[in-house]
Design a protein around this ligand. Structure first.
Ligand code: SF4
Length: 422
């Protein structure tokens, strides 16, 4: 371990919001307010933390020129007030406070509000609305799950501490030998870093998952034709033979063509497995607080994403009110984006439209939009510059600590100021 200077301050139990694991056991060491070491930060988190103090952009800019913060607020309010169909988008690395203010602003404007769920696990959320979900916390999985299936997801790459903290390694009262007491299965279209450490790897053809799920459902009805297939028999025996099974599923399933039907089938399979043993399913959420965005939108509007307030009350319709599709169709004449990294995954046509209309971006000091927004604000980072709340991928709210001070306001403060200025 590197020896730290004596003047170093250490802050323990810091939560990381880089991915949906929201690991809350990091210790950050700071010298003169600057980060010098981050204990237990993984290969994804470390570069993110290292960038935090390196940039000090102006608090506000208009067309790329630094301006006074108050002037930026007044200008943003003017731009939004003159819009007939504004869009508010992003929010997946925000916090409950910022998400709540974004909904209030959307309601006041009669805007559409959408989150990164609409280009990630939107199909899974739609499937949960039709099929329900047999679910649990990651803590329960850590304690009890002796069969862990990763389906269409590679956590060793996307959530590097998932296996260590929740799904493979921890020893518990029910699994005293940790990894030895668990069977790890990976189902994917190609070998991955996670399949390399799994006990069983089942390689499926692209878009074959739906068929595999339905054959497994058949096998639970003792259908001999399904059980004659070696892969189905192997999975069937593992599933009905475990004491507590979990399927973690990712975008490899949700983002297929008709992904909502594939996830619907998967959730029904998991529900039916509960006739034989305890079984649960969990989505692998990617950004740190995308689950928080779902939760806040649900409390405040009744719907998780793609919500439109144009008629004065919330309406939900993925596709019609999804940010990417609205931009592609030219249905939006102004956009406010909270976290420009949330635009990764937008189509070229949607990005082209964003470059044509007035845009307001709230971004962190180290983030840079790929186009020039009309108005740009720099916001403090929850869990580093300020306190907040992030929802882990299992919908458990995790408090975020303040590690150091910042001259930047939070996105909640910026959004509240814009709402007041309207
Ligand atoms: S696994 Fe995710 S939440 Fe945990 S330290 Fe790594 S990036 Fe952060």
């Amino acid at each position: 371990m590197t020896s730290l200077p004596e003047s170093t301050e250490s802050v323990a139990d810091v939560a990381c919001t880089v991915c949906g694991c929201v690991c809350d056991d990091l210790t950050l060491h700071l010298a003169q307010g600057k980060l010098v070491q981050a204990d237990r930060a993984c290969s994804l988190a470390l570069p993110w933390f290292e960038e935090l103090d390196r940039h000090r952009p102006p608090a506000a800019k208009i067309d790329g020129d630094a301006i006074d913060y108050a002037e930026g607020i007044a200008y943003a309010a003017k731009v939004l007030a003159s819009s007939r169909s504004p869009l508010i988008y992003g929010l997946s690395r925000s916090s409950t406070e910022g998400q709540r203010e974004a909904v209030a602003l959307a309601e006041k404007l009669g805007a559409t509000i959408d989150t990164t769920a609409s280009i990630c696990h939107g199909p899974s959320i739609m499937a949960i609305q039709t099929a329900g979900e047999s679910t649990c916390s990651l803590g329960e999985i850590r304690q009890r799950a002796d069969l862990v299936i990763f389906w269409g997801v590679d956590p060793q790459t996307t959530h590097p501490r998932h296996l260590e903290r929740y799904s493979a390694d921890p020893a518990s009262e029910f699994l005293p030998r940790g990894r030895t007491d668990r069977t790890l299965v990976v189902i994917d279209t190609k070998p991955t870093a996670t399949s390399d450490v799994a006990d069983v790897f089942i390689q499926v053809d692209k878009e074959f998952d739906f068929e595999l799920i339905w054959k497994l459902r058949q096998s639970l009805r003792n259908d001999n034709a399904a059980l004659q297939d070696d892969t189905i028999r192997q999975l069937h025996e593992l599933m009905v033979g475990c004491k507590y099974g979990v399927i973690f599923f990712g975008l490899g399933i949700a983002q297929q063509s008709l992904g909502h039907l594939t996830v619907d089938g998967l959730l029904r399979l998991v529900a039916e497995l509960n006739d034989h043993t305890r079984f649960v399913a969990r989505r692998m959420r990617i950004p740190g607080d995308v689950s928080g965005a779902d939760n806040v939108l649900i409390w405040q509007t009744g719907y998780p994403f793609s919500v439109n307030f144009a008629l004065g009350y919330p309406r939900y319709n993925p596709g019609e009110f999804s940010a990417n599709e609205m931009l592609e169709r030219g249905d939006v004449d102004c956009a406010l984006v909270v976290g420009s990294e949330s635009l990764i995954g937008f189509s070229d046509a949607a990005m082209q439209r964003l470059a044509e209309i007035p845009t307001i971006v709230l971004d962190y000091p180290h983030a840079t939009p790929t186009w020039s927004p009309t108005v740009q604000f720099t916001s403090a980072i929850y869990g580093y510059h300020t306190i907040g709340t992030a929802y882990r991928m299992d919908d458990i709210p995790i408090p975020l600590r303040k590690v150091t001070t910042s001259e930047y306001p939070t996105d909640a403060e910026i959004l509240a100021a814009i709402t007041q200025a309207l």
